[in-house]
Design a protein around this ligand. Structure first.
Ligand SMILES: NC(=O)C1=CN([C@@H]2O[C@H](COP(=O)(O)OP(=O)(O)OC[C@H]3O[C@@H](n4cnc5c(N)ncnc54)[C@H](OP(=O)(O)O)[C@@H]3O)[C@@H](O)[C@H]2O)C=CC1
Ligand SMILES: O=C(O)[C@H](O)CS(=O)(=O)O
Length: 491
């Protein structure tokens, strides 16, 4: 951790983007519970004191959102699309500043942060266009005097709880389809990274999104807000991204209201390299997949399986490339890997490495602790990893690349599927029949073939098994914010 202090306002072209209050019904509000600190994970210094909204204030936001939603739903799809397009344009015009704010509170290198802003904005652009295409249908009557119509209508007030690892894109990936559908939205960002959510309120206001349609309720108490979202009858949709553990808590809480839920939860992605793979491409894919956001994404390669015939060559190629990666402050030029979000995250990575080594694995790169202080952690590669080790069953969420060896397709498919998770999976191979067989056999919502990066707004992102419910992105993504109404008319 370096000792520099982060004077965030001085880094921004438009300092007015650095807002620290909550945004309810078009008004900027202080927190009834005071403020909470937001720190820069690279430096440990406090970069902002953010309004700490109470559960009662969250209730007020829901009430305001319920009222505003009625009028918002009466707008045409084209009118909503125009607002979302303006929101998108403002994000891209302010991409640099939004990236700086994101790096300052989350730690990822500035280039990645700006990339996240563009990725987040792409959902607003995409669903702005989808707003014009929310079609119903007519169905031939079941009796001569019956006429059947099906309408698609917005579900109402949607509430979101989002994690710290993608503090911009996880909100826009939910708010964009919600607003496009005619819903109103109450966003509760992670306490570690609220600034990126709040600035979306600043831009929503500038885009002319009506007061109460998009609200941001920063709070240090996640469980109290979660309970308000789940117990308030005005909330008809809960959309969550985060760990499976918290997803289970929220699903149980939401059950009392029979609330419609979308869950984007934990992952444990296998990354498989077959002996007919392009090894150089597989190494580059593994680096992007494993070390994006310093391994802090739910779709990162958590287990790297390499076929026996190419294991040593792949391991050495990977080591030689990764040792060149620079660990440092995300705001500084040339940084490839920023800090982890906090000390607990470092402890979890260290625990997985220690467990693997204690059970016979061998470190070929890294020492489990970087020479910098605080949340920095050097990229670590270990060989000789087996299914019995913790990293095979638990998500590391950090820069630890464990290499497993396998002999044949059946063996690696069985190992890859041996998990409660089912979000993303990846493999590198050239043989066409192998590609079809393996892609169909992997029990995951997402399969990357000869690529380590699968994230895009045009495709349905989501998991099976205990990695979640529902899909975000693609034309499917708007369905979760719509209700289908069947009208049977006697003529
Ligand atoms: N499938 C996906 O797309 C993604 C999945 N994840 C998964 O999430 C984990 C890492 O992210 P992390 O943020 O630590 O996950 P957490 O599940 O701990 O937190 C996610 C969000 O939930 C909030 N939260 C925590 N407990 C409760 C509760 N009882 N009621 C309501 N809200 C609560 C947190 O608030 P606060 O932080 O303020 O406590 C945060 O805003 C990993 O397992 C990762 O795989 C992460 C990102 C994407
Ligand atoms: O939070 C995450 O890990 C994201 O869902 C991953 S991605 O969509 O940015 O790839």
């Amino acid at each position: 951790m370096n000792d520099a202090k982060t004077d965030l306002k001085s880094l921004l072209k438009d300092p007015s983007l650095l807002e620290t209050r909550g945004y309810i019904g078009g008004k900027w509000v202080e927190g009834d519970d005071g403020t909470f600190d937001v720190t820069n994970p690279a430096r440990g210094d406090v970069i902002a004191q953010v309004a700490d909204l109470s559960r009662a204030q969250v209730g007020e936001a829901i009430a305001v959102a319920e009222k505003a939603q009625k009028d918002w739903a009466s707008w045409t799809g084209k009118e909503r699309a125009a607002c979302l397009r303006k929101w998108f344009d403002l994000m891209m015009e302010n991409q640099d500043d939004l990236g700086i704010i994101l790096t300052a509170e989350q730690g990822k290198p500035l280039a990645e942060a700006k990339g996240e802003v563009a990725y987040g904005a792409s959902f607003i652009e995409f669903f702005g266009e989808e707003a014009k295409r929310i079609y119903g249908e007519t169905i031939p009557g079941h009796q001569r005097d019956k006429r059947i119509t099906v309408l698609k209508q917005p579900i109402g007030v949607a509430a979101s709880i989002t994690p710290w690892n993608f503090p911009n894109a996880m909100i826009t990936r939910k708010a964009a389809p919600a607003l496009a559908a005619g819903c109103s939205f109450v966003a509760r960002p992670a306490a570690e990274t609220p600034l990126s959510a709040i600035v979306m309120g600043v831009l929503a206001e500038r885009a002319g999104i009506p007061a109460g349609v998009f609200n941001v309720v920063p709070s240090s108490s996640s469980s109290a807000v979660g309970k308000e979202f789940c117990e308030n009858p005005a909330v008809r949709k809960l959309t969550f991204t985060g760990s499976t553990e918290v997803g289970r808590i929220l699903l149980k809480q939401a059950a009392d209201q029979v609330m419609k839920c979308s869950m984007e939860l934990g992952g444990n992605a296998p990354f498989i390299v077959f002996d007919d793979a392009d090894l150089d491409a597989a190494v580059e894919g593994a680096i992007m997949c494993k070390f994006r956001n310093n391994g802090q994404t739910c779709v990162c390669a958590n287990r790297i399986y390499v076929q026996a015939g190419v294991y040593d060559t792949f391991a050495e190629k990977l080591r030689a490339r990764v040792e060149k990666m620079k660990v440092g402050d995300g705001l500084e030029e040339g940084t490839d890997l920023g800090p982890l979000i906090n000390a607990e995250a470092s402890d979890k990575v260290q625990e997985h490495i220690k467990d693997a080594v204690e059970h016979g694995a061998k470190v070929i790169l890294g020492n489990g602790e970087d020479d910098m202080r605080g949340n920095f952690f050097g990229p670590t590669i270990v060989t000789g990893v087996t299914q019995e080790m913790k990293v095979a069953q638990e998500e590391t969420f950090g820069p630890f690349a464990p290499l497993f060896k396998f002999e044949d397709e059946d063996e690696v498919i069985a190992m890859a599927n041996d998990t409660i998770f089912g979000l993303a999976s990846y493999f590198y191979a050239k043989d066409l029949s192998r590609v079809y067989k393996v892609a169909e056999a992997l029990e995951y919502g997402i399969v990357g073939v000869n690529t380590g990066i699968i994230s895009t707004e045009v495709a349905p992102f989501g998991g099976v098994k205990q990695s979640g419910l529902g899909r975000e992105g693609s034309h499917h993504g708007i369905e979760d914010f719509l209700e289908m109404k069947y009208i049977c008319m006697s003529v």
